[in-house]
Design a protein around this ligand. Structure first.
Ligand SMILES: [Zn+2]
Length: 167
């Protein structure tokens, strides 16, 4: 049995033990979180969030890509979120590659040069500041007053806020 089959079994137990309910599609806390896909960061547990409370957008690095802006635009314009929380973390896989190296690896092994940016980083705090700026400067987002960035320590489980360099 592969991992997905095991998870399907878990879902049957999960659903059997939970009363049927319908939550509103709009997140109750009017919050969107952008973070890394890292498997050690349990966003809901770390922040005390439950289902129906916030949007959580994840990708490699928690990078503010065009697709993240797309999701944030829908989140704010159609689903009522007003605050954006950005969470990077210590020991991120994106710190272990370089843009040029990974791009070359993809091109050499597949023959295709990717159209997307790799967006690796060395300095996690600098990348959080860059992410805050990208959100604050996006013309597609109506709510840019509350955009805060953090680094999550995967060992201590604590969040540290990163001050933005400019508004
Ligand atoms: Zn990461």
């Amino acid at each position: 049995m592969d991992t997905i089959d095991a998870l399907l079994g878990n879902n049957q137990v999960f659903a059997a033990n939970l009363a049927e309910r319908h939550l509103d599609v709009e997140p109750q806390r009017h919050l969107a979180i952008v973070t890394c896909m890292d498997s050690r960061l349990d966003v809901f547990a770390a922040l005390g969030l439950g289902p129906g409370e916030a949007h959580v957008l994840r990708n490699a690095g928690g990078i503010i890509t065009d697709d993240v802006i797309r999701s944030l635009a829908i989140s704010q314009r159609r689903l009522g979120t007003r605050e954006v929380m950005l969470i990077h973390h210590t020991d991120c896989g994106m710190q272990k590659i370089t843009d040029d190296g990974f791009r070359m690896e993809l091109q050499e092994t597949t023959g295709v040069s990717p159209s997307f940016a790799i967006e690796s980083f060395k300095d996690v705090e600098a990348d959080v500041r860059q992410s805050i700026l990208r959100v604050r400067r996006s013309p597609f987002l109506p709510h840019r007053d509350v955009v805060r960035g953090f680094v999550y320590d995967v060992d201590s489980h604590r969040l540290r806020e990163v001050e933005a360099t400019e508004q």
